[in-house]
Write a protein that binds this ligand. Sequence first.
Ligand SMILES: Cc1cc2nc3c(=O)[nH]c(=O)nc-3n(C[C@H](O)[C@H](O)[C@H](O)COP(=O)(O)OP(=O)(O)OC[C@H]3O[C@@H](n4cnc5c(N)ncnc54)[C@H](O)[C@@H]3O)c2cc1C
Length: 497
Amino acid sequence: MTIQTPVTSAAAGLRTGAAFLADLKASKRCIFVDGQKVSDPTSHPAFREGAKSMARLFDFAAAPENLETMTFEVEETGKRAWRCFQIPKTHADLKAKRIAAEKWAEQTFGLMGRTPDHVANFFTGYAAKPSVFAKSGARYAENVVNFYKYIRDNHLYVSYAIVPPQIDRSKPAHKQADPHLYAGAVKETAEGIYVSGGQQLATGAVYADYIQVSCIHPLQPGDENYAISVAIPADAEGLRLYSRRPFAQQADNAEDHPLTSRFDESDCFVVLDNVFVPWERVFIYRDIELCRDQWWKTPSHLYGNHQAQARFATKLRFLLGLAKRMNEAVGNDGVPPVQVQMGELAALASIVDGMLQAQEVMASYDEEGVLWPSKTILYSVMALQSEINPRMIDIVRGLTGAAMITLPSSVKDFENPESRPDLERFFGTPVLNARERVALMRLAWDFIGSELGNRHQQYEKFYGGASFLVKMNVFRDYDFKRAGALVDAALSLPPVE
Ligand SMILES: Cc1cc2nc3c(=O)[nH]c(=O)nc-3n(C[C@H](O)[C@H](O)[C@H](O)COP(=O)(O)OP(=O)(O)OC[C@H]3O[C@@H](n4cnc5c(N)ncnc54)[C@H](O)[C@@H]3O)c2cc1C
C-alpha cells in the first residue's frame, strides 16, 4: 500500500491538485480497461483528463479566496478541512455545506457525481452518530470516527461500492452458487479481516484514495459475512477495478467533445480477492442490523444525498442555460410556445432547487442533538428525479430539432479550405458565427446525446438506488398521521343544517 500522507498546500494546510495527482500516480492500483491493466490513471487516455478535473477541485478548495466557502476550521485541530466533513450543528452550517457542494459542482457542471464530497458526507454522518456503531462494540464506533478524522484531516477522497452485483437476485447473498460471489468477510485474524467477492458500482474509484465496501441492500439471517463496512486503499493488494467503457478515450479532441473529454468520472465494478483489512478500518463486522442502520439511523445517507442534490440542481441550471442559449442563437427565444416550454423547464429546475433548500429549512435535531436534513423532502425529490430528469432532457431535445445533428463531422472540417466557406455560410446564425454555433451545439450534444450524456441519464435514475426503493423511503417518512387527521376531521364534520 503506497498511499502517502499527502503533501499539503502551505497556505491553508489543504491538499493541492498537484499533490492529489502525485499521490494518484504513486499509488499503483489495478484497473482493467480494454484488455489492459492500468496502474496509473494520470497517464492513461481513458482517465487522465478526469483526474485533472478532480485535481482542479482540490485547487479550487485550497485557493485563498475560496477558503471560507469551501472549508471550515476543525475545532480540535485548529486546521481547515473541506465543508463536506463539517458535522452541521445549525441550519446555517447545513446551508454552508450546500453552498460548498454547489461550488464544486459548478466546476464540473454537475457532471461528476462522486466528487470527493459525496462519500465524505457519509462518513461525516457516521461520525455524527457513533452511538449507532457502538451498539456493535465500542471499537467499531472508535474506528469509524478515527477514519473520519483521518480522511478529514488529510483531505482524502473516498468512493464506495455498496450494491451487490446483479447475478441472481432471487437468492440471498449466502445462497448464491458461489459463497464468495458478493463482497463479504472470508477470514478473520488478530490483525484484521479478509474480504472477497464482487460489488457494484464504484464511480470515481479510479481516482479515489480509499473505497468503502459495504452493503445497502437488505440482508437476511445467514448473510452475516456480507454485513460489513470497511475502507480499503484503492491500491490494496487483491483489489481489482473493472472500468466500464471509458468515453474520454474516444473523445479525441476537446472542441468536439467538450464535456466527455474532461468529465468522465468512470464507474468500476469492484473485485476483491482476499483483500486484507486491518481492524482499525473495519466499521461493521458481521452485523446485519448495523449494516442497515448505518444508512438510516445515522444522517449519512441524508448528508451524502444533500450533496448529490446540490450537484443535480447545478446540472439542471446548466441545462436551462444551454436551452436558453440555443433558443437565442436561432431567434426562437421570443416565440411564446418556446417560452412556455422554457417555463416548464424552469419550473422543474426550481422544484429541485427549492427542495434542496427545503431540506435545510426543515432539518431537525434528534435526541442526541444531531441535525438531520429533512428525510421526506430529500427522498421526495430523489424519487421524482428519475421522472423529472428524462422529462427535462426530452423537452430540450424537442427544442433543438435537428440542430444537435446538423453539424459538421468534426472541427477538422473548419480547417479544410474547401469546406470552411460552406460551414461559415450555413452554420452560423445572426448572433453566433459558425464556429461559435457549432461549439454551442456540440456542448448540447455532449450533455444530452453522447455516450456520456446517456450514461448520465442512467446515473440520475440509479445513483441513489432504484426509484421504487426511494419511494419506499418517502412512504416510511411521510407524515400520514397529519394527513389522516384531516380525513378524520372531514368524516366528523357536523351535519349541514
Ligand atoms: C452510472 C451509475 C453510477 C453508480 N455509482 C455508484 C456508486 O458510486 N456506488 C455504488 O455503490 N453504486 C453506484 N451505482 C449503483 C447503484 O447504486 C445501483 O445501480 C442502484 O442501487 C440500483 O441497483 P441495481 O442496479 O442493482 O438495480 P435493481 O435494484 O436491481 O433495480 C433495477 C430495476 O429492477 C426492477 N426491480 C427490481 N427489484 C424490484 C422490486 N423489488 N420492486 C420493483 N421493481 C424492482 C426495477 O424496475 C428497477 O428499476 C451506480 C449506478 C449507475 C447506473
